[in-house]
Design a protein around this ligand. Structure first.
Ligand SMILES: [Zn+2]
Length: 411
């Protein structure tokens, strides 16, 4: 027989959590380590305390709630996600993975099921990276990928440090966070894209994550008055910018799995009657295959040097800023998600995550997988973000099945 979570309880809790830091249009704003973020955590802590799930907090503010198994020394099964949001966040991004994780722990308790392994619900600090950078901070520190000191020193726009906020909210300063050993990590999340909705499938079996490369590019010409200087005598970087935009979009358009985004373009000094002396722009390249991503990188570099030859009066500087390699989740766990979805009667679809998630960090430490559910119009980071009660419950049911399978096994 297939166990099921309580969909109504889960839905009610999603709506209750959204009431903390509410913003117009049904959204939420709980910026990392703000009072609202802490209030959201307090609500979760009260729900977990009512069921007797023991809480541990680490020095970067990650929370771990445990439902003990028969063998207290067995490696735990980890589930979780994040409660912080973007400034114009929705009700489901991150919150779903946390509250569905709680739902799994509670369902096991309701059924009085004794698992072999402990099951831990994890809440990662600062997944969003909106108030403090980098994103995926708490999981990065706990997995030994982001230095603890660097995370503590990160400042928000007002000069407040992560370390200050952790002290203000009463987090201990030691020991240095480390996730330790675990059997596996499973994260449920809304897709944040349109693929599941368009395919009519309920469950996304996430086999990995796209690799990402970021660049800052600047074009240096010469500021001059828009009137008196003839076109031929200007050092105007704008025509070169036009070719550069074409170049980037050609790179992104030559393969359906490739993505390119020019998210920022700034002309300086930014005056209507001045030829800009400098243009700054960013490029974000993504691909689910590391070799293809590498090829996109080289195409960008080659294209930039060709442009430099064609526009000798303009200096082009291109600086690679960040590289997050392609992530491959555990194939056995992906198979397990697929078979659990099928057993429960949900149509499943293999896919790759286009967004970054805490699970990317966990995947470097232990077998990891993600489960996606569809969200309306693929919209997230927006108060209009919406996943149906049916989709939410389906995702949590699959999460429960996967956790049960792993937690019942003796390692
Ligand atoms: Zn998220």
């Amino acid at each position: 027989m297939q166990h099921r979570i309580d969909g109504e309880r889960l839905w009610a809790r999603l709506l209750a959590m959204a009431q903390i830091g509410p913003i117009p249009g049904d959204g939420s704003c709980r910026l990392t380590l703000s009072d609202d973020d802490e209030a959201g955590r307090a609500l979760l802590i009260s729900w977990c305390a009512a069921r007797g799930f023991a809480l541990r907090r680490d020095a970067i503010g990650n929370l771990f709630f445990r439902r003990q198994g028969r063998d207290a020394d067995a490696l735990p099964v980890l589930v979780g996600s994040h409660l912080d949001t973007q400034p114009t966040g929705g009700r489901f991004d991150g919150v779903l993975g946390v509250l569905a994780g709680l739902e799994v722990l509670e369902t096991l308790a309701d059924l009085d099921l004794e698992t072999e392994r402990p099951v831990d619900l994890c809440v990662w600090t600062n997944e969003e990276g909106s108030r403090f950078q980098p994103a995926m901070m708490g999981s990065g520190v706990a997995c030994g990928i982001l230095p603890f000191e660097q995370a503590l020193a990160a400042c928000d726009a007002g000069g407040v440090r992560v370390a200050d906020e952790l002290v203000r909210h009463g987090y201990e300063r030691e020991p240095v966070p480390d996730i330790g050993l675990a059997d596996c990590y499973v994260e449920l999340h809304i897709e944040q894209g349109p693929i599941l909705e368009n395919s009519g499938k309920t469950i996304g079996v996430v086999t990995g994550g796209q690799g990402i490369r970021w660049y800052e590019i600047s074009l240096h010409g010469e500021e001059t008055h828009a009137g008196p200087v003839p076109m031929a005598l200007r050092k105007d970087p704008v025509p070169m910018l036009a070719r550069l935009i074409d170049l980037v979009h050609d790179i992104g358009g030559r393969d359906p799995q490739a993505r390119c985004t020019i998210g920022q373009v700034r002309a300086l000094p930014g005056s209507i009657n001045v030829v800009p002396g400098r243009i700054e722009m960013t490029v974000d390249l993504r691909h689910p295959d590391e070799i293809e991503l590498e090829a996109m990188h080289h195409a960008l570099m080659r294209g930039c040097s060709d442009l430099s030859r064609n526009y000798p009066a303009i200096r082009l500087d291109v600086a690679p800023r960040w590289h997050s390699p392609v992530v491959r989740f555990d194939a056995n766990l992906a198979n397990l998600v697929r078979s659990c979805a099928e057993r429960l009667g949900f149509a499943a679809h293999d896919m790759v995550s286009g967004a970054g998630h805490d699970a990317f960090h966990l995947a470097r430490r232990m077998p990891t997988v993600m489960i996606f559910v569809p969200c309306r119009d693929g919209i997230s980071h927006n108060p209009r973000e919406y996943a149906s009660p049916q989709a939410v419950a389906a995702g949590a049911d699959v999460l429960l099945s996967v956790v049960l399978d792993r937690a019942m096994s003796r390692g």
